[in-house]
Write a protein that binds this ligand. Structure first.
Ligand code: PLP
Length: 367
């Protein structure tokens, strides 16, 4: 398999645990195991008594029931657990795509969505959204990319890195386009629940269309990325079986403690996600205020969903170098847009409790 380096994760591999203040994170404030244990009175006893044998390939029934509860039309047998969403991208693409296939991927996007698709041998076309158009979703442009051999469309809403959300009418039309052509709609919904206005929440793709795959995780909205567990949901048993077959070559089954902790977190999902949504909403005005004061340097399309935004940086300097210097000198970590093929942009994250300190430090650094 030929695959290009994952530039975003390479950057974080180098910097994430070196810089003191994270100002670009796509996840929200994380929880401790003790916080989860406090959610149910028998949780500690269950965790301590848990056997550490292999678990069921698709995930325990208890867990798949808890996942199915988060959807309208999903049953436990429509769910496959994963070692976090990243595994889902890898095994879904490799199970469903190969030489001779064509796939359309929304861009900019989390790099795995493009590079793993390319690594299958499929031809990849980018459905490119643009800052100059307010990151609009141009469905006519999407339709122009579609071909007889287009097998799958990947979309991500709420969106990494722009923090924007697809409108419901656009999403419903997109589902219709996929249905009319019997294409798989691979819908990356890892930020679902963090819409700034809950009225903007989209239906899950797997509820609207049997040929869709919804990708979920607790890494972002729940603040539990260290569990390394996520799931896929689809009402197409053939698609799900092919992906499950590939999982037998990657992780086989999920981590037993993570399964237990995920089921527990999902049963209290509204509370856990609500806490992080409140933090995002409290932090966003601080970021807006900062960007307004620094408007000679930054301009953005205001995010409406999720804990990240993607300002454009004015001037001709090398934004990536500037991010690295800021990490070295001010101990504040920004993510250069170059990792998304957008070298004039920078990703900001505002889902962490220490956001005020990080903004203040960056402000001071800028002088
Ligand atoms: C859009 C998107 N999909 C998938 C992932 C992978 O998530 P996980 O950490 O659960 O593997 C990320 C992580 O940043 C992401 O932003």
């Amino acid at each position: 398999m030929q695959i290009r380096p994952f530039e975003l994760e390479r950057f974080y591999e180098r910097w994430e645990f070196r810089a003191e203040l994270m100002l670009s994170s796509s996840d929200c404030e994380s929880l401790a195991v003790a916080d989860l244990m406090a959610l149910e009175s028998d949780a500690t006893e269950r965790l301590l008594g848990l056997g550490l044998g292999y678990t069921e390939v698709p995930g325990s029934l208890e867990l798949r029931e808890a996942v199915a509860q988060r959807y309208e039309r999903i049953e436990p047998e429509d769910v496959l657990t994963l070692a976090a969403a990243e595994e889902g991208i890898f095994i879904a693409y490799h199970a469903l795509l190969g030489h001779g296939d064509h796939v359309v991927v929304e861009a900019p996007c989390y790099g795995a969505a493009i590079e793993v698709a390319r690594s299958t041998g499929a031809e990849v076309s980018l459905w490119q959204r643009r800052y100059e158009d307010g990151w609009a979703h141009d469905l006519d442009a999407l339709e122009r990319l579609l071909r007889a051999d287009t097998k799958l469309i990947y979309v991500n809403s709420p969106h990494n890195p722009t923090g924007t959300q697809m409108g419901v009418a656009t999403f419903e039309r997109l589902v219709e386009i996929a249905r009319e052509r019997s294409m798989v709609l691979f819908s990356d919904e890892v930020y679902r629940g963090l819409e700034h206005d809950p009225a903007d929440r989209l239906p899950a793709a797997c509820d609207l269309y049997a040929g869709a795959i919804s990708l979920g995780t607790v890494s972002k909205a729940y603040g539990l990325p260290g569990l390394r567990i996520g799931w896929l949901a689809s009402r197409d048993p053939t698609v799900l079986a092919r992906i499950r077959d590939l999982k037998l070559y990657t992780t086989i089954c999920s981590s037993a403690p993570s399964e237990l902790l995920l089921a527990l977190a999902l049963r209290h999902g509204d509370r856990l996600v609500g806490r992080n949504r409140a933090l995002v909403l409290a932090n966003l005005p601080l970021v807006e205020d900062f960007l307004e004061r620094r408007s000679e340097l930054f301009a953005w399309v205001r995010p409406t969903a999720g804990p990240i935004g993607f300002p454009r940086v004015a001037g001709q300097h090398d934004v990536q170098k500037w991010c690295e210097q800021t990490a070295e000198m001010a101990d504040v970590l920004l993510l250069p847009g170059a990792v998304y093929g957008q070298p004039r942009h920078v990703r900001l994250g505002f889902g962490r409790a220490n956001l005020p300190q990080a903004i203040e430090r960056l402000d001071r650094h800028l002088g």
